[in-house]
Design a protein around this ligand. Structure first.
Ligand code: PLP
Length: 219
């Protein structure tokens, strides 16, 4: 599907939800995609991208930044504490703040560097044991803890369980954001971004619908 087509679907979903056009930010998730597909989307004028591994982002984006101005990079994958510095140097936003140890490391580095990317707290809305994110019941306390460290928490993020109705998870995430006074909602992927927009997503993370199937993954 083309970028133009995705944009028009986003606008239609915004309109249907009674939201102003352009209210939703499209993060083009370029993980594992060949460079020429990413360059093609850059040439079309898109500038907001998502990666889920620091290592891969570090290999790929400095080169693109030499060729294209105004790139905004969002880290959307699990972050190890020992990669926090590199992540903060590369990314303008981190969507996977999910534990006190990482929050403390980011706070310390932010002091040292004099700046900090926008942060989203990842919530494990499906309470899946193997998935990252704070449990819904712990989310409020963790947001408060992060704010106590002066971290710029802009919103919350979730990845719903693959086999469940995403709308329930998006609605739960929206509730958690609202009761914590957070405006950012990072939710919705290729298969469900219209549902996410209907439920208030401010950042959707769309990969395969823009770039095609990732090499090595079933289309
Ligand atoms: C890969 C990934 C996406 C994009 O998934 P698609 O189904 O290709 O749109 C979104 N969010 C996260 C956290 C991801 O890891």
């Amino acid at each position: 599907m083309s970028l133009t087509e995705i944009r028009s679907r986003i606008h239609a979903a915004e309109e249907a939800a009674g939201r102003p056009p352009g209210d939703t930010r499209l993060i083009a998730v370029s993980k594992m995609q060949p460079d020429e597909r990413v360059a093609d989307v850059l040439v079309q004028g898109h500038r907001i991208f998502g990666e889920n591994r620091v290592q891969e982002a570090a290999g790929k984006w400095p080169g693109f930044r030499e060729r294209f101005d105004g790139i905004e990079l969002h880290l959307i994958g699990p972050l190890q504490t020992n990669k926090a510095r590199q992540a903060m140097e590369l990314a303008q936003a981190i969507h996977t703040l999910d534990r006190p140890k990482l929050a403390k490391a980011i706070a310390r580095l932010a002091q040292e560097m004099g700046r900090c990317p926008d942060l989203f707290v990842q919530v494990n809305t499906g309470e899946e044991p193997q998935k990252a994110g704070v449990m819904p019941v712990d989310a409020d306390a963790f947001v408060t803890e992060c704010q106590g460290l002066d971290l710029p928490v802009r919103g919350v993020m979730c990845i719903p369980p693959v086999d469940e109705e995403p709308a329930l998870h998006f609605a739960l995430l929206a509730k958690i954001a609202a009761r914590n006074g957070l405006s950012g909602l990072s939710m919705g992927m290729s298969g469900d971004f219209e549902t996410a927009i209907a439920l208030g997503a401010t950042h959707i993370r769309v990969g395969s619908a823009i770039f095609g199937a990732r090499p090595g993954e079933p289309g």
